[in-house]
Write a protein that binds this ligand. Structure first.
Ligand code: GUN
Length: 283
């Protein structure tokens, strides 16, 4: 069964309409500030889709673009200004940043209550300790897939091929909190195929077309594809050899039209939640 991520993301966004209405009644008008550094084509596409989602929900959107010559102190100073601006309820620094800027030092500056990406240390720690907080959006999106299909994660062997702070580590933590047995794999992992073939749930974010072949996937596995790359004829694709892998799976996601849609939906959820937290409203 191909997972309908469009439907799941529409349901998430649909549930937020009422929450935004209640915020507005209380004179709270959420605004997302997006900081964009340099001129990266994929970042532009992602930021545009975030802007569109905000517009759909009547959430304010402000973009702040910097040339890639901006220094780390300049960027941190600017974030401090956004932190102290009461009208701004969400702050997002689009990644990647140029090499001369350390993303961890920048994310450390974001007020944890406005940290809609879940990258600030306090929120990373909240997730680590399974406490309420603002969590990374793609990881939340993946968990939303399981929730919407009432898939019990307890005792499942979950293999994740990605060790980034944006996807692999947060999703591993969430799967662990749901009682899965989690293995994180990466480019130095030995016997990847042996690990994958035993996975009840395989989450892949590598960025290589057809990286996941039929002989790496267990019969009836659930396969979540977070990879994004392009085929030789320039079409957007994921990591999975979809045609050959899909028939083996109980559930599978597509690229495009997959987890990416949920990342944006969960970002909107975080933007609303951040506004609620700042105004001590839990709707
Ligand atoms: N670049 C790729 N994915 C993301 C994300 O989820 N958030 C931000 N800020 N940048 C990204």
């Amino acid at each position: 069964m191909i997972i309908d991520c469009k439907k799941i993301s529409e349901d998430v966004i649909g549930n937020l309409v009422e929450k935004v209405r209640i915020l507005n009644i209380n004179n709270i008008f959420p605004i997302l500030a997006v900081v964009l550094v340099g001129d990266i084509f994929s970042s532009r596409i992602y930021v545009n889709s975030k802007k569109k989602a905000c517009e759909k929900l009547g959430i304010g959107f402000q973009e702040y673009a910097f040339p890639d010559t901006v220094t780390e102190p300049e960027l941190c100073d600017f974030i401090q200004k956004l932190n102290s601006n009461k009208n701004i309820t969400g702050i997002l620094v689009q990644l990647p940043l140029p090499n001369h800027i350390d993303k961890n030092r920048v994310c450390k500056f974001i007020d944890p209550k406005k940290d809609v990406d879940g990258f600030a240390p306090e929120n990373v720690y909240n997730l680590y300790e399974n406490r309420d907080g603002l969590y990374a959006c793609t990881a939340q999106g993946i968990l939303e897939i399981f929730k919407s299909h009432e898939i019990d994660l307890t005792g499942k062997n979950c293999v994740i091929i990605n060790r980034s702070s944006i996807v692999g580590k947060p999703v591993a933590m969430m799967m662990l909190h749901e009682n899965s047995t989690v293995t994180i794999c990466h480019s130095k992992t030995n016997n990847l195929q042996n690990l994958c073939i035993n996975a009840d749930i395989l989450i892949t974010g590598v960025g290589k077309p057809k990286f996941i072949s039929q002989n790496m996937v267990k019969e009836n596995a659930i396969v979540i594809d977070v990879g994004i790359s392009r085929t030789e004829d320039n079409k957007v694709c994921g990591d999975v050899d979809f045609e050959n892998v899909a028939p083996k799976c109980s559930y599978i996601t597509r690229v495009p039209g997959g987890v990416g849609l949920l990342t944006v939906a969960m970002l909107m959820k975080n933007v609303v939640k951040a506004a609620e937290i700042q105004h001590n409203l839990q709707i």
